[in-house]
Design a protein around this ligand. Sequence first.
Ligand code: 13P
Length: 322
Amino acid sequence: MPECYARSCKLSARPGQLTISCAVPVSAAWPLQMVETDGGIRAVDWVWCDAASGRAGAMVPLPADTQSVRGRGIEVIIAANWKMNPPLADAAALAVAYAADSFDGVTRILFPPAPYLVQMGVRLDGTDMLVGGQDCHHNASGAHTGDVAAGMLADCGARVVLLGHSERRADHGEDDALVATKAAAALSAGLDVMICVGETLDQREAGSAEAVVTAQLEGSVPAGIDTSRLMLAYEPVWAIGTGKVAGVEEIAAMHAAIQQWLAKRDLASVPILYGGSVKPGNADAIFGVPDVGGALVGGASLKAEDFNGICSAGARAAAARS
Ligand code: 13P
């Protein structure tokens, strides 16, 4: 362990985490230790290093009263939902590729598998890309084998948590009431929430898409939520992973309906992302739809080139809107 570690540290703070970087040559990570910061001596749980550059750093969780993801006044939010992908080696390479670019007017969020949160967070440190959790438990702690509490996500650098994704609703039987309690838990832990809604093909064909989505909003969005802590993602289930993107008229109609619902609850400024087979080739058209505040990207986020192509479209949309 380099002795100069605590003394030669350069501090950089951003909401949700404090990073301590050291210009000392290191070849391996070392375990928990104490470092000296402006705020006094603190315990550091996670230390990382990059043997090639000789840079090392540590993440120190900060208290929960952090600025919201949207407090940055950014126009377009583009989130990568990796779901249960990819292997760690590919994840690290992807994060390096993400970190190499930035996009004016775009906030990027990465939702990696929970075990990768810290590693992805430190690799993206210093970039404009934040990390978030794909789900959280509705309790703060307890005997819930296999589950992750919102506070644990926050401790690992997450700033936001995705809730109510249709895959969680389908695979784990999560209903709107549970999503609302998870959202409350996440907010208490200082995380922003991105709540997903969307209809199945049967529901769309039955003409009940808007009613279904409105009911999901009613049940999933906690009453009295602070507007600045909420983002919504409209993801038609039939468009997820199928290559079938919703038509711009369908997206426009649903986003307008969601906007109306938000307005009735004094939540009008909440961004509504679209998700479902978003690709570089259709992103410009999707971002051209009024009320589309960004994209929640699954498959295409696993290829840096494709994700960057979508982010470039986001930057064009942000420039056109400003
Ligand atoms: P695809 O982009 O693979 O359709 O996935 C969308 C999604 O479910 C993002 O949460």
